[in-house]
Design a protein around this ligand. Structure first.
Ligand code: DSN
Length: 495
């Protein structure tokens, strides 16, 4: 995965701020209008820009959307109801919503090479809910309709519905365990997926930390799930989706991939062949705001077998579509189809690797020993800290991360033993591999000089911590210097 020379070394942000005066005027005017009604909201929006400008953002699931994406959301498209699908709405007057939804779906299909795209989900959880519904409906409704000799669900009798309800229940889902990097929506109790499905997890190899496909296959053979989910929010390696589909086919399961974290790497053609989920899975879900760098929202891609069910997502499991966000999705997906996005995606991965190497060289312990994608999972137990202590100490030093469980974590999901670090946001700002080494030095410097604290009664605490005098300020100052060379929304002036 060596990086082809990019067409330009300008940062993504510089490329996006093509008319800083126009963009400044647009945001300034918008804030002035908001200020006229509720100044505290305008202040909070301005303060958020300052916070984001001043912090070293390493949250793997965050990014910075372009001014065009942000501005596409702030308008009267928000005022339309548009249940239904393009050209088939339950409300009159949707022609402009049709335009933006059709554009977003077209860009998504072209970008990912998908047969069908559904751009209405409001979030990743919603996208997954649409996928679960679609898989169940396709599997369960069709035979029920056949048995009842009915053409559509509305034709079913109460007795048919009774049978349908029974068939919808007690289905099985196999997904990656949370501590191996899976996501709450992959069958865990705090999410509806953990209640509607009987769930079983596959983990990672205790020695290597890598996904063990033979173990996944053995579990699938024994458990016979209806759905196998591949995808993660904290696994730093690639998944072979061809193999996962093979396993799913063997047990007659539907392969669903949640690519929320790595959609940008798929869009940017860093993940291709066996590592691109779209040709292999029957259904793929994603968010649009992580490595894909779009507005906060979700999306579903699928093959023809599930398209009809997916399009019934609203009102089946979703509230009314957000037309203004679909407009912003169309803009972001158009941006991701530009050649520069491929360069960006490759730099995200190069930066993650440089960060991993910088940490390893300084003695840090990484889950799986490194990374092949946009994230690094740092096991902070080597520093004598919990994830919660490390996350808080880093935040004091201007480095924003999030704590995350590591496989078989002795500290559980709340305190954890890990910190997840991701490079999509800093790459958007234009930081490169040399700076990632410096970021690694800053992180290691803070964690080496942080000690666990004690509770009020003097017992060891998993939450409190003590950073050596001056370290947080010194680090924050250096982080600010690094960021000053890569301004967020360069030229954007709200004053
Ligand atoms: N909250 C996202 C993340 O941080 O990974 C996933 O939902």
């Amino acid at each position: 995965m060596s990086r082809a020379p990019g067409p330009s070394r300008r940062s993504v942000q510089e490329a996006q701020m093509t008319h800083p005066n126009t963009e400044s005027t647009a945001f300034r005017s918008a804030l002035e209008v908001v200020r006229g009604v509720e100044p505290r909201v305008a202040d909070a929006i301005g303060a958020e820009l300052r916070d984001q400008r001043e912090s070293l953002k390493l949250i793997a699931s965050e990014n910075y959307a372009s001014p065009a994406v942000l501005l596409a959301m702030g308008n009267w498209l928000s005022d339309k109801y548009a249940e239904g699908t393009v050209g088939h709405r339950f409300y009159a007057g949707c022609r402009n919503v049709d335009t933006v939804e059709a554009l977003a779906a077209e860009h998504a299909r072209e970008l990912f090479g998908a047969r069908h795209a559904y751009v209405q989900p409001h979030s990743g959880i919603d996208a997954n809910l649409v996928a679960f519904w679609s898989i169940l409906a396709a599997r369960v409704e069709a035979p029920a309709l056949q048995r009842a000799g009915a053409r559509q669900v509305n034709d079913l009798t109460e007795a048919d519905w009774e049978e349908l309800r029974r068939a919808f229940g007690n289905q099985r889902l196999l997904g990656m365990s949370l501590d191996a990097g899976g996501h709450l929506t992959h069958g865990f109790r705090p999410n509806i997926s953990g209640k509607m499905f009987e769930q079983r997890s596959y983990g990672t190899d205790p020695e290597t930390g890598l996904l063990d496909y033979d173990a996944v296959r053995a579990t699938a053979r024994e458990f016979r799930p209806l759905v196998i989910i591949a995808g993660y929010s904290a696994y730093p390696r690639l998944i072979n989706f061809r193999l996962m589909r093979e396993i799913a086919d063997e047990v007659d399961a539907t392969l669903m991939v949640d690519m929320a974290h790595f959609a940008g790497l798929v869009a940017g053609k860093v993940l291709t062949g066996d590592f691109d989920p779209v040709p292999h899975a029957q259904i793929v879900t994603t968010t649009t705001h992580k490595s894909l760098r779009g507005p906060r929202g979700g999306m579903v891609l699928c093959d023809d077998s599930l398209a009809d069910q997916v399009d019934r997502g609203c009102p089946m499991v979703l509230g009314g579509p957000l037309p203004h966000v679909m407009a912003a999705k169309a803009v972001a997906l158009a941006e991701a189809r530009q050649p520069a996005f491929r360069d960006y995606a490759q730099r995200v991965v190069d930066n993650a690797r440089a960060l991993a190497e910088g940490l390893t060289r300084r003695g840090a312990r990484l889950v799986t020993g490194g990374t092949d994608n946009h994230l690094v999972l740092l096991d902070v137990s080597g520093y004598g800290l919990t994830g919660r202590q490390a996350e808080a100490a880093l935040l004091d030093a201007g480095i924003v991360t999030n704590r995350n469980a590591v496989p078989r974590d002795p500290n559980g999901a709340w305190y954890t033993s890990g910190v997840r670090l991701g490079t999509p946001a800093l790459t958007t700002r234009g930081l490169g591999t040399a700076e990632m080494d410096e970021v690694a030095a800053l992180i290691d410097g803070v964690l080496t000089r942080t000690a666990p604290g004690t509770t009020k009664s003097g017992k060891p605490s998993k939450a409190s911590y003590v950073v050596a005098e001056g370290v947080a300020k010194q680090t924050a100052d250096r982080a600010a210097e690094l960021l000053a060379g890569h301004p967020l929304y360069p030229g954007l002036d709200l004053a």
